[in-house]
Design a protein around this ligand. Structure first.
Ligand SMILES: *Cc1c(COP(=O)(O)O)cnc(C)c1O
Length: 390
């Protein structure tokens, strides 16, 4: 039996044709018709102008730059996230300050964010931006977060790298913040092998980001530079893949949701394994199927489950390790307690590919069930002699 991965690329019918077209046209670099078409299709999907970039991290970097983040600034950011939400804050010479999760959504707590913004203001600190991260295919509770940020006059970057296709109160993830970043890394819900997209509430911002992303070269034949730029543009070949992937996005969302539903159903009678909460405010794509393990209830720890799956060549993972627990960011200030840390201790992501065969999923379910049962049997075994003596 082959290895089962956490999340693998899943191509549709058109990607290869578009790539072949890119080769035939010889538009193989950072300019070309597929780039334009990919950006246009994406902008239509999210409802905001878009610029295609080399990665989601690049999109966060340029997004923060658009918001004016620079040396000496502070940026409030979700504690429970992938490190790429935070590194670009440092690229710009600013300081991240972490906000703990709400146990009901796993994402940034609106109450703690309000507390943080008030406290920073009281201490005369300049919070230049808030990075709110949408985790595992679901939006954070945006309404109270945006309200608080508006009250304080602080702009918002949505890190929607994991949330393409998700909605909040009927609108797409990424259409709420001043800017938003998406990722097409190989493990995301759709992929360009690697890539990202930045969307902005103002068309001029997207133009500015496109200029920065192409080394900030001034118009004209001479290599004239006024501002510092980056080499962050996506190639026309990869945009061709992205076009095809966007065509099957809704199908991929349905397939990931079906994977999650099958897990939920299979684990229903298994106490001690709780799925990630699904909020009533929007569509959860279930990019990854995540669960919390209650060791006493399940009769096995999170790490027991991970070990059993690994022994069978199945890739499963803990949730993101909170940023305040990273040696890289250990000295940063934070608001909240141990919600993110507890989620990290007890949470796991199971294989969630949209192409995951049902037989493979059965194999995963069987192993998880067996781990729980094994401990229960062992515990009963230990209790037997005492019962006999009595
Ligand atoms: C994947 C991811 C990113 C980074 O995207 P890349 O395209 O890999 O640079 C940023 N934030 C979060 C939350 C992610 O999951």
């Amino acid at each position: 039996m082959g290895r089962i991965y956490l999340s693998v690329p899943h191509m549709g019918a058109s990607e290869e044709r578009y790539v072949r077209d890119a080769f035939a046209s010889n538009w193989l670099s950072s300019v070309g018709p597929h780039l334009d078409a990919f950006e246009q299709a994406f902008a239509k999907r999210v409802g905001r102008p878009a610029v295609a970039l080399a990665s989601g991290t690049a999109a966060i970097h340029l997004g923060l730059r658009l918001l004016g983040v620079g040396p000496g600034d502070e940026v409030l950011v979700s504690d429970l996230t992938f490190v790429a939400s935070v590194n670009p804050i440092r690229y710009l010479g600013a300081t991240p300050v972490f906000v703990d999760s709400d146990p009901g959504t796993w994402m940034m707590s609106p109450e703690l964010l309000a507390e943080a913004l008030e406290d920073r203001a009281a201490r005369g600190r300049l919070v230049r931006a808030v990075v709110v991260v949408h985790l595992y295919g679901q939006c954070a509770d945006l309404e109270p977060i945006l309200q608080t940020c508006r009250r304080h006059g602080v702009p918002v970057l949505e890190d929607a790298a994991e949330a393409l296709g998700a909605t909040y109160r009927g609108r797409p993830a990424g259409s709420f913040g001043d800017v938003a970043a998406f990722s097409f890394n190989g493990n995301k819900i759709v992929t360009t092998t690697g890539g990202g997209m930045l969307v902005a509430s103002r068309p001029g911002w997207v133009e500015k980001a496109r200029y920065w992303a192409t080394q900030a070269r001034e118009p004209g034949a001479a290599y004239q530079h006024v501002e510092m730029g980056h080499n962050y543009r996506l190639s026309n070949v990869l945009a061709a893949i992205g076009r095809g992937q966007l065509e099957v996005l809704d199908e991929r969302v349905q397939q990931r949701r079906a994977v999650a539903a099958r897990y939920r159903e299979a684990f229903e009678e298994l106490s001690g394994l709780t799925p990630m909460p699904e909020a009533a405010y929007g569509l959860h794509t279930h990019w990854l199927s995540c669960f919390l393990v209650d060791e006493d209830e399940l009769g096995a720890s999170r790490d027991d489950v991970l070990a059993a799956l690994a022994a069978d060549d199945i890739e499963a993972r803990p949730l993101w390790k909170p940023m305040h627990l990273q040696p890289l960011y250990a000295s940063c200030e934070r608001y909240g307690g141990e919600v993110a840390a507890d989620l990290f201790e007890r949470g796991l992501c199971l294989p969630s590919s949209s192409s995951l065969p049902i037989a493979d999923q059965r194999r995963i379910v069987e192993i998880v069930r067996r781990v729980g049962r094994r401990r229960a049997v062992a515990a009963r075994g230990d209790a037997m002699p005492a019962a006999v003596v009595a």
